[in-house]
Ligand binder design. Structure first.
Ligand SMILES: Nc1nc2c(ncn2[C@@H]2O[C@H](COP(=O)(O)OP(=O)(O)O)[C@@H](O)[C@H]2O)c(=O)[nH]1
Ligand SMILES: [Mg+2]
Length: 570
């Protein structure tokens, strides 16, 4: 049985930074005895979660973990991936060369990620004269005024103790700020081991992970059960945030998980195509700029929708898992800037006012129209206060009052002949409309007790009634369908097909003709009804169709018979 490993000892991680060939890897090797460029045995086994990581013993026995990243591109990736796992920087500057482009860019990225504490090592001092060294030291102090600058040589070992002490000092004042948040780990590698299955590695950003945990791989939404957990190559019962871990997920296929995926507590984080961020620009980032958003261990193409002076909505080509407060790095050819996530699953519209409120932490003030209560979990700790709730929706009192006013205005503008309006079709309608003093009748909303009235159409109605009376059983075309419907409901007329109508009395007359003939002869034809009623063929046809529709008659070929109910009654 492997001895349980107390990972807390490794809780603080130092990330190296600096221009290529300035001596980072050599310095890490001199400090730790571990060559982070060459780990052939572990590489061959392909299971090490510690690639690039080396333990650093301090004079007082404390240990730090140093991560050294080969190559410029991998620096960016690893820094963002470790954003909550890297606590301190070790910026390495070649004493013979001074700061170079990647020195500046790495420093900018560290600042964008909020990694503010660290040490500058001016190295290779064995190879320069005092004058050169003094110039480079001067430059380093100006570049990173907040950090101690130490001179070292990996070759001679000069200054290594001072560097360890300096790292010990900054470590003293540093506390890890995470993470009673739910479990989140971004996958940096995944592989398959015989007899074990799929294993993923990464830095545990928050929460903990232990055997038997039921987690989820996002954005695919795939369930993942944890069989075992390793920290620095040793089995542990439970790993804590900030640690580098390897998690075996036997139920997951190797091809179903890739770098950039997030292993999270189910439902704890949104999966989203949009991020609202507050921007920090190294270069001006224009509206609609296309760039890469680096977040966690992945990056995704995005378009920038700027809002106000300092905010933007990042519209992503693929969904990501993020949380409020996450840092992102924005890159094209070079690093353009960074951002702090204000809302990891914002509404579709960019809204500078909302972003400003979110940045100030005034989440409730951003709530106006209904949002799913669920969506607030990601920007709010605890329950929202001072807002209204209905069903699963949260909204402001003011919004509800506005809605009521608006609906009332629309009802007042509705045709008095049917003084209702179609209700809002938004998903919240079913939960929220019952709060308002309206009455639902059929498909429409009315003021309670509202009755239809002719309003301005009274004259029109009177004229139509005269026309209908004069026409008798002959059909009359009625252009105003609403008026026809109203007059039918009030018992004045009966509507026929094609926009025709006849007076209600005439309809009764025609019906009597039909009933009498059918009872006598058992059936009636179109021609016979036409002759008996004394109307034209078209009107006869329209009337018979209405009788069919009223359930009086049934059509058989070109004849009609009474339905049973009609045959029995009166
Ligand atoms: N003279 C001298 N050369 C060094 C020292 N450290 C590194 N170098 C040289 O600089 C090269 C690059 O160092 P390396 O650590 O690989 O740089 P990295 O790209 O920053 O990791 C090495 O191959 C050495 O030749 C040092 O302390 N003194
Ligand atoms: Mg290196």
């Amino acid at each position: 049985m492997p001895r349980p490993y107390n990972g807390a000892l490794m809780a603080l991680t130092v990330g190296t930074a600096g221009h290529i060939d300035h001596g980072k890897t050599w310095l890490v090797r001199a400090l730790t005895g571990k060559d982070t460029d060459r780990l052939p045995e572990e590489r061959r086994r392909g299971i090490s979660i510690d690639l690039g990581y080396a333990p650093l013993e301090l004079a007082d026995g404390r240990r730090l973990s140093v991560v050294d990243v080969p190559g410029h591109e991998r620096f960016v990736r690893t820094m963002v991936a470790g954003a909550t796992g890297i606590d301190l920087f070790l910026l390495v500057v070649d004493a013979g060369e001074g700061a170079r482009p990647q020195t500046f860019e790495h420093l900018a990225i560290l600042r964008l990620l909020g990694i503010e504490r660290g040490v500058v090592a001016v190295t290779k001092v064995d190879a320069v004269d005092a004058e050169t060294l003094e110039l480079v030291l001067q430059e380093a102090r100006e570049l990173v005024p907040e950090a101690e600058v130490v001179t070292v040589s990996a070759k001679t070992g000069e200054g290594l103790d001072e560097l360890r002490n300096a790292l010990g000092l900054v470590a003293d004042g540093t506390e890890r700020v995470c993470a009673d948040r739910p479990t989140r780990l971004y996958v940096d590698r995944s592989f398959s081991l015989r007899g074990i299955g799929t294993v993923v590695t990464g830095t545990l950003w928050s929460g903990s992970v232990g055997e038997g945990d039921e987690l989820r791989l996002e954005p695919a939404g795939r369930a993942a059960r944890v069989r075992s957990v390793q920290v620095h190559d040793r089995e542990v019962e439970r790993a804590e945030s900030g640690q580098r871990v390897a998690v075996s997920l036997p139920g997951v296929e190797r091809r179903d998980v890739k770098r950039g995926d997030a292993l999270v507590a189910p439902g704890a984080y949104p999966v989203s195509y949009r991020l609202d961020v507050s921007l920090e620009e190294l270069e001006p980032i224009p509206d609609r700029a296309r760039l890469q958003v680096h977040l966690g261990t992945g990056h995704v193409a995005a378009r920038v929708a700027r809002a106000g002076e300092r905010w933007a909505q990042l519209r992503l080509e693929a969904p990501v898992v993020a949380a409020r407060g996450d840092r992102v790095i924005l890159r094209a050819e070079t690093t353009l800037g960074g951002g702090v996530v204000l809302d990891p699953a914002p509404p579709r519209h960019r809204d500078a006012t909302r972003m400003e409120l979110l940045e100030r932490g005034d989440v409730v003030a951003t709530i106006h129209e209904p949002v799913p209560a669920d969506s607030l979990r990601h920007v709010l700790d605890g329950e929202p206060e001072g807002v209204e709730r209905a069903g699963s929706w949260v909204f402001s009192r003011a919004w509800l009052q506005e809605l009521e006013r608006e609906l009332l205005m629309r009802i007042e503008a509705a045709d008095p002949i049917d003084p209702g309006i179609p209700p809002p079709a938004e998903p919240w309608a079913a939960d929220i409309l019952p709060l308002l003093p309206f009455e639902r009748r059929g498909a429409k909303l009315y003021v309670p007790g509202a009755v239809a009235s002719l309003g301005a159409r009274a004259d029109e109605a009177a004229t139509l009634e005269q026309e209908l009376a004069a026409a008798g059983v002959r059909a009359t075309k009625v252009g105003d369908e609403e008026l026809a419907r109203f007059l039918e409901a009030s018992g004045t007329l009966v509507r026929l097909g094609d926009g025709y109508a006849i007076g209600a009395d005439a309809y009764e007359v025609a019906k009597d003709v039909l009933l009498a003939e059918c009872r006598a002869a058992g059936e009636i034809s179109l021609a016979r009804f036409r002759d008996l009623a004394g109307v034209g063929r078209r009107d006869a046809q329209l009337l018979l169709e209405r009788f069919d529709a009223d359930g009086l008659t049934r059509r058989i070929g070109d004849r009609r018979v009474l339905r049973r109910a009609a045959a029995r009654s009166g």
